[in-house]
Design a protein around this ligand. Structure first.
Ligand code: LLP
Length: 421
C-alpha cells in the first residue's frame, strides 16, 4: 500500500507525511511512485492478451515529467491536447512517434509544431481541422497519420461535465455522419487516415456504456471496410473510473480487458488506449493543514489551508475526495463542513460529512487526488500553485517549487504604470 496508516501516522510509502509537511509546508501534492507503478502494471496486465496495441497516457490528468518518465517505462506513449502538453510529453521522455494529438481546438500553430516535431498521429475532431492538417502536412512534404474521432452517441453515465458522447457534445463527428466525413477526409492528399477514435467520457465505473460504444465502433469499422477503406487502427480512448470513497469500487480493469478482447475479436486492427485517471488518481494526495475549526450550527466548519484553486474537482463536479487525518487522535467522528480559505462558498471539500476528529493545526489529506488535481490548479486569490513531492520507498524529493514570489515575478506593470509605481 502506498498511503497507509502505520503506528498512528499516515505514511506515503516509507515516509511520514508530517516530515513532508515540515520540509515543504502545506498544502502540497504528494505522489507515490509505487502506487503509480501498481496502477500502470495492472493496466498493462489486463490488456496483455491484446497483441497489437499502443498504450498512451492522457497527459492532461497529470503532466508532471516524473509521472511521464515512470509510465514510459511501462511502454506508455502520450495522448496530448495542446502544444503545452507536447512539451510536457517531450520533457517526460516520450518519443514523438509515441504521441497522439487529440483535442477539439488545436490551433494551426500547434498542428504545425506537432508535424515539425514528428508526432505519430492526430485524432481529427472535425472536417475543417482535417483539411487544414492536410494542407499543413502537404506544405511540409509529408502526410499526417490520423484517425477520425467519432461520437458514438452513448451516455457514459458519469457527471454531465465529463461526458463527451451526448448529442450536444462538441467532440468528434456524430455517428450518423461518420462515413461521409471519413470519405471526404480520406481523399485529402496530406492525410493518411487509418481508422477511427472514440472516447465517451471520464470516471466511468460501469463498463456497459463503453461496451455499447465499442460495438458501434465495430459496426462502423465494418461499414468503412465495406467502402474499401483500409482500417488498421482504432483508438478506444480512456475513461476508466476509480474509487474515490472508502468502500466504493472503481472500474474493474481485468473485466475491462476481457470486454475489449471479446468486443474487438475479429477487428484485425492495432488498438490504442488513452487512460489518464486510472493510472494516476490513487497515486496522489493533497496534504493540507487544519487552520481553524469554526463553530457553527448545525455543523462546524473545518477550515483547511488547501482550497478550490489547488483541487478544483469538488467545486466543479461535486466530486468526493476522502478527508483523512494524518494523525487521528480518536476514532470518534463528527459531522462538519470541510472548506478552504478562498472567498467563495463553492470552496468546499465536504458538506455535512462525518469525518474523523481533527483540531486546529492537525494535518490531513484529501485522498485520490493524483489525477486532475495539480493539473487543474489555478492561482485564484493570488494563491501560489502548491509544490509537488515525489515519494519512492523511504525517499522523497520536492519536484516542483511553487512560491507566491514566483507568481508575482511572472507579472509586470504595463508601460506608464511602471514609472509611477
Ligand atoms: N482521451 C480523451 C480524448 C480525453 O478527453 C480524456 C479525458 C482522456 C482520454 C482521459 O480520460 P480518463 O482516462 O482520465 O478518464 N477534469 C475531469 C476529467 C476530465 C477528462 C477529460 N478528458 C475530472 O477531474 O474528473
Amino acid at each position: 500500500m502506498s498511503f497507509q496508516m502505520r503506528d498512528g501516522t499516515l505514511h506515503a510509502e516509507g515516509v511520514l507525511l508530517p516530515a513532508i509537511a515540515d520540509a515543504v509546508g502545506t498544502p502540497a501534492y504528494v505522489y507515490s511512485a509505487t502506487a503509480l507503478r501498481d496502477a500502470a502494471r495492472s493496466f498493462v496486465d489486463a490488456l496483455a492478451p491484446i497483441a497489437r496495441k499502443q498504450l498512451l497516457y492522457a497527459v492532461k490528468a497529470n503532466p508532471h515529467p516524473a509521472i511521464l518518465h515512470t509510465l514510459s517505462g511501462f511502454g506508455f506513449g502520450a495522448d496530448i491536447v495542446s502544444g503545452g502538453e507536447l512539451q510536457a510529453a517531450r520533457a517526460g521522455g516520450i518519443a514523438p512517434d509515441a504521441i497522439v494529438y487529440s483535442g477539439v481546438g488545436k490551433t494551426r500553430e500547434e498542428m504545425a509544431a506537432a508535424l515539425d516535431a514528428g508526432i505519430g498521429r492526430f485524432n481529427i475532431e472535425h472536417e475543417r481541422e482535417g483539411e487544414v492538417l492536410s494542407a499543413l502536412a502537404r506544405a511540409r512534404g509529408v502526410r499526417a497519420t490520423a484517425l477520425l474521432r467519432v461520437n458514438p452517441l452513448v451516455d457514459a453515465h458519469t457527471h454531465a461535465k465529463i461526458s463527451t458522447a451526448l448529442t450536444d457534445s462538441k467532440f468528434g463527428i456524430p455517428y450518423p455522419e461518420a462515413v461521409p466525413v471519413y470519405r471526404r477526409l480520406a481523399a485529402l492528399p496530406g492525410l493518411k487516415l487509418q481508422g477511427v477514435a472514440v472516447h465517451i467520457g471520464s470516471q466511468i465505473t460501469d463498463l456497459a456504456p463503453l461496451c455499447t460504444a465499442y460495438r458501434k465502433i465495430g459496426a462502423l469499422v465494418t461499414a468503412l471496410r465495406g467502402q474499401e477503406y483500409s482500417i488498421t487502427h482504432v483508438d478506444l480512448g480512456g475513461g476508466l473510473g476509480v474509487a474515490y470513497r472508502a468502500g466504493e469500487a472503481g472500474a474493474d480493469v481485468v473485466a475491462y480487458g476481457a470486454m475489449v478482447v471479446r468486443e474487438t475479436a475479429g477487428w484485425d486492427v492495432t488498438l490504442l488506449f488513452e487512460p489518464g485517471r486510472f493510472l494516476v488518481a490513487a497515486a496522489g494526495v493533497l496534504l493540507t493543514r487544519v487552520l481553524w475549526v469554526k463553530p457553527a450550527q448545525p455543523h462546524p466548519f473545518v477550515i483547511v489551508d488547501a482550497a478550490m484553486n489547488d483541487l478544483a474537482r469538488p467545486a466543479l463536479y461535486d466530486a468526493w475526495h476522502d478527508f483523512v487525518p494524518v494523525r487521528p487522535c480518536s476514532s470518534e467522528r463528527f459531522v462538519a463542513h470541510v472548506v478552504g480559505p478562498v472567498c467563495e462558498s463553492g470552496d468546499s471539500f465536504a458538506h455535512a460529512r462525518a469525518i474523523e476528529h481533527v483540531e486546529e493545526g492537525d494535518l490531513a489529506v484529501l485522498a485520490t487526488a493524483g489525477a486532475y488535481g495539480a493539473a487543474m490548479a489555478s492561482t485564484y486569490n493570488a494563491r501560489a500553485l502548491v509544490p509537488e513531492v515525489w515519494v519512492d520507498g523511504d525517499r522523497f524529493d520536492i519536484v516542483s517549487d511553487r512560491t507566491p514570489a514566483a507568481l508575482v515575478r511572472s507579472q509586470r506593470l504595463p508601460h506608464g504604470m511602471a514609472e509611477s509605481a
